[in-house]
Design a protein around this ligand. Structure first.
Ligand code: SAM
Ligand code: DTB
Ligand code: SF4
Length: 351
C-alpha cells in the first residue's frame, strides 16, 4: 500500500483490514505509521497536557480498572469538588512548566445541576490563563454540553475504553450507547472530542481493533485519541492482570496513527511503567501527545523534568498552542527548566 493510500481519512474500516495492519511485521507497520505521521505532522513535536482531578473517588460507576470507583476499596483519599480558585492555581502551575492544555477530571456518573456553575467557572478561568481547556466529567446531556461549549471548553474527554463486545466485562453501570450519545452531543456542540481506550484489561486483538474501528468510523475522527496502558491499582478487579507486551502496545499506537492520520494520538496513562526506549518507539509509531506533570488523576506520572530531558535527548519539542508564538512558549519552558535544574529533584533525575 502506498503512503498516500494509507494517509487518506477513512470512516469505513473493517475488522479484517485492521487486523491485517496489526499483524504485519513490526518494522513494516512502524514504517507505514511514521510515513503517515510525517504527511500530517511535524514528527519532532509532541503536544503536552496536564491533568487535575477536580473531584476524586466515590464514583458510582463500576469501571473495573478504576481506582476511583466506589465499588472497590483502593484506599483512595476521596475529595469533593475542588474550589475554583484552587483549580486555577493548579492550572497556572501547569502553564509555568510549559503545558498547553489543562484537563480537569471528575469521578462522576454525570455532572449534577448543582455542580455545573462551578465547572463552568473553572473553564472560563483556565481559558483566561491562556491554556486550552479539556474536561472529563462522565455522561453529558445536550444542555450541559452546550453550556460547556459556551463557557469556552475546547475538548471533552470521554473514552470508549474498549470494543463494544468486551465492554460488558469491564463496566456494567454505563452502556456503550450512552458513551456514543455523549460523544455525539460533544460533536454537535462544536467542541473537540478526546476519546480513546485502555490496553491491558484482558482484551483480545479483535477488541483492540474493534475499539479503533469504533473511533475511526465515527462521522468525524476524534481530534485526540488517548491510548492508556492499564495502571494496575491494588483493590481494583484488574490489579492482577498480566502485562501488555510492549511491542503490542506500540502496534496499537501505530495502527491508531494510520487509521486516524490527522488526530493527535496520546501516549496516555502508564508511562511510569515504560522505559525511555519504549516511549521513543511510541513517538516513532506516531504518538504525538502526552500527559505532562507528576500526577495523572490519582496515580503518578513521570517527573516533568524527566520528560523534558527525554524530549531533549530525542530532539523533540513541545507543540505550541495554535494561537501562541513559539518564543512565548519556549521561554516558559526554559524558565521552568532553569528553576527545576536548581532543585535537588533535577539533580537526582540527572545522575
Ligand atoms: N469519570 C469520568 C469518566 O469515566 O467518563 C472521567 C474520568 S475517568 C478516570 C477517564 C478515563 O481514565 C477512563 O475512561 C479510563 O479510560 C481512564 N482510566 C481510569 N483509570 C485508569 C487506569 N487505572 N489505567 C488506565 N487508564 C485509566
Ligand atoms: C485518559 O484517557 N486518561 C486520563 C484522562 N483521559 C482523563 C486518565 C488516566 C487515569 C489513570 C489513573 C489515575 O490516575 O487515576
Ligand atoms: Fe468513575 Fe470515570 Fe472511574 Fe469509571 S472511570 S469509575 S466513571 S471515575
Amino acid at each position: 500500500m502506498s503512503a498516500t493510500a494509507v494517509s487518506s481519512t477513512r470512516h469505513d474500516w473493517t475488522l479484517a483490514e485492521v487486523k491485517a495492519l496489526f499483524e504485519q511485521p513490526f518494522n513494516d507497520l512502524l514504517f507505514q505509521a511514521q510515513t503517515v505521521h510525517r504527511a500530517h505532522f511535524d514528527p519532532n513535536r509532541v503536544q503536552v497536557s496536564t491533568l487535575l482531578s477536580i473531584k476524586t473517588g466515590a464514583c458510582p460507576e463500576d469501571c473495573k480498572y478504576c481506582p476511583q470507583s466506589g465499588h472497590y476499596n483502593t484506599g483512595l483519599d476521596k475529595q469533593k469538588l475542588m474550589e475554583v480558585q484552587k483549580v486555577l492555581e493548579a492550572a497556572a502551575e501547569a502553564k509555568a512548566i510549559g503545558s498547553t492544555r489543562f484537563c480537569m477530571g471528575a469521578a462522576w456518573k454525570h455532572p449534577s445541576a448543582k455542580d455545573m456553575p462551578y465547572v463552568l467557572k473553572m473553564v472560563e478561568g483556565v481559558k483566561a490563563l491562556g491554556l486550552e481547556t479539556c474536561m472529563t466529567l462522565g455522561k453529558l446531556d445536550r444542555e450541559q454540553t452546550q453550556a460547556l461549549a459556551a463557557a469556552g471548553l475546547d475538548y471533552y474527554n470521554h473514552n470508549l475504553d474498549t470494543s463494544p463486545e468486551f465492554y460488558g466485562n469491564i463496566i456494567t453501570t454505563r452502556t456503550y450507547a450512552d458513551r456514543l450519545e455523549t460523544l455525539a452531543y460533544v460533536r454537535e456542540s462544536g467542541m473537540k472530542i478526546c476519546s480513546g481506550g485502555i490496553l491491558g484489561m484482558g482484551e483480545s486483538l479483535d477488541d483492540r481493533a474493534g475499539l479503533l474501528i469504533q473511533l475511526a468510523n465515527l462521522p468525524e475522527h476524534p481530534e485526540s485519541v488517548p491510548i492508556n496502558m492499564l495502571v494496575k491499582v491494588q483493590g481494583t478487579p484488574l490489579a492482577e492482570e498480566k502485562d501488555v507486551d510492549p511491542f503490542d502496545f506500540i502496534r496499537m499506537l501505530a495502527v491508531a496513527r494510520i487509521m486516524m492520520p490527522k488526530s493527535h494520538v496520546r501516549l496516555s496513562a502508564g508511562r511510569e511503567a515504560m522505559n525511555e526506549q519504549m516511549q521513543a518507539l511510541a513517538f516513532f509509531a506516531g504518538a504525538n501527545s502526552i500527559f505532562y506533570g507528576e500526577k495523572l488523576l490519582t496515580t503518578t506520572n513521570p517527573q516533568a523534568t524527566k520528560d523534558m530531558e527525554l524530549f531533549a535527548r530525542l530532539g523533540i519539542k513541545p507543540e505550541e498552542r495554535e494561537e501562541h508564538g513559539d518564543e512565548v512558549h519556549q521561554a516558559a519552558i526554559e524558565q521552568a527548566l532553569i528553576e527545576q535544574r536548581d532543585s535537588k529533584l533535577f539533580y537526582n533525575a540527572a545522575v
